[in-house]
Design a binder for this molecule. Sequence first.
Ligand code: DAH
Length: 346
Amino acid sequence: MQVLESLLDNFKTELNSIQKIADLLNLKSKYIGKQGPLADVMKNIKDATPEEKRTLGSKANELKNTIEALVSAKMLELETEEINQSLLKNKVDFSLTDTVLDKGLQAAGLHPVTIIQQEIEDIFISMGFEVLDGPHIEDEFHNFEALNIPATHPARDMQDTFWFADKKHLLRTHTSTIQVRGMKERKPPFRFVGPGKVFRCERTDASHEMVFHQLEGMMVGENVSVGNLIYFMKTLLTEIFKKEVEVRLRPGFFPFVEPGFELDIKCLICGGKGCSVCKHVGWVELLPCGMVHPNVLKAGGIDPEKNNGFAFGLGLDRLVMMRYGIDDIRHLHSGDLRFNSQFKTF
Ligand code: DAH
């Protein structure tokens, strides 16, 4: 009993000076392991009276439980300490930006086309449009047939196409392909936009690239009108240019719309008086659009007797060039960091 009485005090004194998990485990086995004083007491218990056996037995048990609880608490303390120490040692300094910039490296930024695209997406989202995506590699059906451009149609020549060797697949020449997929996947009424890269097999110059960007838009419902089309386009352009713009429609031909239009805006540079930007006509051609052709609705699984709609195809590169005063479209894909880093950085 005397051994047991002093055991706990001795244990506590030793426990206080423990600083390592390994030492703690050793201490634990020293006191309550098979060779420890507790085990000794239990071995010798057979010589005691039944009365003593009972008190010794329960005292020993109680001691064992207390020591185990103290060991667990200490273990938790040491483990937490260990984690904290390793966190301190492996500290990551997130405030490196200035150092990186001092060394002449550049912070990441957004490409101007991405900036415009995200802005326009936000404007359309605020007007209740969905934003859809579509594949770059397409088949004839989505790029031409479903858009009312059959194989023999001369309009196929309007867009010089990159064909794959199988003569069935191509790199999409316009984002109008997204119309077809969008229509098939939903029931009217709906409205969506679909931005992305498009590809044409063309000679490049200051205003032509083989890869450029469009944003397709479509709204289908029961009584969609040219008035709706003008309203949405005007709101969009006013938001983009941050000032009230005047628009006008001229007839334009695209097989997937009837009637089709070219939407012009009054020149923002000269206010319509005539300058070099608007080639002295006072208006800038910006946005082809029209009322969706019944054949296109049918190809998208929509009954043209019940529904109609408008569609438009906005050229994003042109907008970027107008917004930032860029005079050559080839800068956009140059990958030149001196060009790219002039726009918004994070
Ligand atoms: N897909 C046409 C192009 O790339 C642009 C276009 C014209 C889209 C009229 C339309 C539209 O949705 O209605 O040249």
